[in-house]
Design a protein around this ligand. Sequence first.
Ligand SMILES: C[S@@+](CC[C@H](N)C(=O)[O-])C[C@H]1O[C@@H](n2cnc3c(N)ncnc32)[C@H](O)[C@@H]1O
Length: 240
Amino acid sequence: MIKYKEVKTKDNTFTLKNLEYNECYHSSEGALKETYYKHVSVMKDLADDIDEEEIRILDICFGLGYNTFVSILNRPKHKKLKIFSPELDLELVKSLKNFKYPKEFDKIKNIINEVSKNLYYKDEFVEIEVANVDAREYIKNLENIHFVYQDAFSPKVNKELWTIEYFNDLKKILNQKGVITTYSVATPVRCALYKLGFKLFTHKDDFIRKGSIAAFRDIGYPRVNFEEKLKRIKCYFYED
Ligand SMILES: C[S@@+](CC[C@H](N)C(=O)[O-])C[C@H]1O[C@@H](n2cnc3c(N)ncnc32)[C@H](O)[C@@H]1O
């Protein structure tokens, strides 16, 4: 049975629609544009705040690997990247060596091929581990994560990766300077992060529909005044 349909997005880069989840892996605004502005630009911008030489990124979940590959293409100078990424769909990862990625990806074609084949890649500057397991279990064994790219399918079809219990597990593995980036602006998602003690921010750039950014400290991004919002709405969140 056909499980994926190729979709061309507005920035002329390709994504897929997963016909089982009935959702695309990226927004119609642009697969590359969304990846860069929602997740990777934030990592790049805040990289110098990280004292360690190695930046540890948790990419939830690997999918077509855009978040991971664009991070490598934008690796901050003088930093190494270690990327952890769970992904249940092994068939998809195995097929990625033939995916129609943007031209910019040509220079890391060897990395794409190796990750697709072995779910692992390592060189002097970059290490990638794709784990064919449930993200909820995988994250319990991680520590000291600097950036989480929270990029599951929507809560409607992928609720297990948006619950307050799941975000609490993410909180436990985040470095004090850790940051979560996501496309979601949904009230139950922001409520869960707020209730867990995160400060909420949004994106700086107008290139994309803005999402949410969560951190324990001020990071110089526009603050979401959630206290004000809570005077008007009742806080609720997704639960296991
Ligand atoms: C929106 S896509 C991720 C897109 C990806 N970040 C990219 O740049 O291409 C969501 C992915 O999460 C995977 N997934 C959903 N639930 C999962 C779970 N509980 N554990 C691991 N992977 C999961 C799906 O198979 C899908 O590939």
